[in-house]
Design a protein around this ligand. Structure first.
Ligand code: TRP
Length: 467
């Protein structure tokens, strides 16, 4: 084995692989590892923020439909291809491709680009979370006065040096983890902490729900007003479904390559999806009742989490301690998700250009610091610089979630439905006939072949105003 092979093997940042080696309960092991990538800032930050700006319940319903009809089929496709080829995303697409001439590997390459754009703003939001750990330790955040909590957040993001510094802290942490190859440990921790995050969210939910005026928040979350939907918000809901399940760019292809042969793919992916939805809903119930109780703005966008959560904690006994714990857990969840993201470009550099993982990780981090600074400075020095009417932060978010991931998902399902074909698909999903789930597999295949790609295309073109 060459040095680079060894590096490749020892550095694999995948908890599932380790779990198999360690003989962890298989079904549960793969489920938690995959959940470790899915659960992140998407649940506690992006989901509430977009629900708030896009009109509440109606947006959530579209998001649920997108998750079922688009998200789950794409996830199943990715996991199935990865497990059948047992390789990284680009290599998987080459292997499953019926002819070497067809450029399906471009899906993997497009995924690396998407990973960069996502990381550019994700590291910034993670930076705010890291900063909030320290701010909540100092106690300066504990206030139920919206002006105070909003101001504290505005101070953080409008200070260019603080914004950059916290992003760099995040990048350094991730790079060290990737280089040292201890990510297995981190992901194992992340996955143990998900249940804890869950419990903490429940505590916040109870407090939030018992605040005077909380009902308005529940109405916002559960009474749909479909007049608020536009092509753009429907596209945003679909983009969120992609972002949430870490699909459309190869992360789940890579994860699937670590799943065991006897793992039930439809069963496990469905559980991951449901657990992920549950975390998002718990976050929504933590935040929206408080928004209305404290007279905050539901459409505050990216700042929503950071101004409502301190207010909820400020109104509960031991709030200061819980708040520190909350942001620590959020940081861990975000780190787990980021590792699965950064793995895509690092593996790409490693395999396409034969770069050692450490070099690849450092190059990636430096590039991310450069592109990411555009996102970090979007609320200060670069606030007035816009492209298509969006600042860089929003632009990266929009381009990745609402364009690159859906385009990736479109080609993934077209490939599975029309080029990979039913026989191979059935082989993988029935575990070579051992699972008696033929009817289900057939239904999923028809969804993947006809419905999902069509839906993605229509929502995408409509959302972009093409028709
Ligand atoms: N799903 C993660 C979250 O919700 C983010 C994420 C991790 C991701 N890996 C990804 C998004 C791959 C898209 C593609 O926070």
């Amino acid at each position: 084995m060459t040095v680079s092979d060894q590096e490749k093997q020892s550095g694999k940042t995948n908890a599932a692989k380790m779990l198999q080696r360690g003989g962890f309960a298989t079904a549960l092991g793969a489920l938690f590892a995959t959940l470790g990538s899915a659960v992140g800032l998407g649940n506690i930050w992006k989901f509430p923020s977009e629900t708030g700006t896009s009109g509440g319940a109606a947006f959530i319903i579209v998001y649920l439909l997108a998750t079922l009809l688009v998200g789950l089929p794409v996830m199943i496709s990715e996991i199935a291809m990865g497990r059948s080829a047992r390789a990284n995303a680009i290599e998987t697409m080459r292997k499953v491709s019926p002819s070497k001439k067809q450029p399906w590997w471009l899906i993997g390459a497009g995924g690396a680009l998407a990973a960069f754009l996502i990381m550019a703003f994700y590291t910034e939001v993670a930076g705010w979370v890291f900063a909030y750990i320290f701010k909540s330790i100092s106690g300066s955040l504990l206030s139920t006065d919206p002006n105070v909590t909003s101001q504290a957040f505005a101070d953080l993001i409008s200070n260019p040096w603080q914004a950059l510094l916290w992003q760099w802290v995040v990048l350094v942490v991730i790079t060290i983890i990737i280089i040292r190859g201890v990510s297995r440990g981190i992901e194992a921790t992340a996955k143990r902490l998900i249940p804890l995050l869950f419990v903490l969210l429940l505590i916040v939910d109870i407090r939030s729900l018992t605040l005077p005026g909380a009902v308005e928040g529940l109405k916002f979350l559960f009474t749909p007003d479909f007049s608020k939907l536009t092509g753009a918000t429907i596209l945003a809901a679909m983009g969120l479904a992609f972002f949430k399940l870490s699909i459309g760019m190869g992360t789940m292809i890579t994860y699937g390559s670590y799943w065991k042969d006897d793992q039930n793919i439809p069963g496990t992916t469905t559980r991951v999806m449901l657990a992920d939805l549950l975390v998002s809903m718990l976050a929504g119930i933590a935040i929206f009742p408080a928004v209305f109780a404290f007279g905050l703005q539901a459409d505050a966008g990216p700042s929503l989490l950071f101004i409502t959560i301190p207010a909820v904690f400020a109104s509960m006994p031991f709030g200061g301690v819980f708040m520190v714990l909350f942001f620590v857990l959020a940081a861990v969840a975000a780190t787990g998700a980021m590792l699965s993201l950064i793995e895509v470009p690092v593996a790409f550099l490693n395999e396409q250009f034969n770069l050692p993982r450490a070099t690849g990780a450092i190059i990636t981090a430096v590039l991310l610091a450069l592109i990411g600074s555009l996102a970090a400075l979007s609320s200060s020095v670069l606030a007035d610089v816009t492209v298509f009417g969006k600042n860089f932060f929003d632009l990266f978010d929009f381009l990745s979630s609402n364009i690159l991931l859906p385009v990736g998902g479109f080609f993934i399902t077209v490939f599975v439905g029309w080029f990979w074909g039913y026989d191979k698909f059935r082989q993988v999903l029935t575990n070579r006939g051992t699972l008696k789930n033929d009817k289900l597999v057939r239904a999923i295949f028809l969804l993947i072949k006809f419905i999902t790609p069509l839906l993605v295309l229509v929502v995408l073109l409509n959302g972009l105003g093409v028709f």
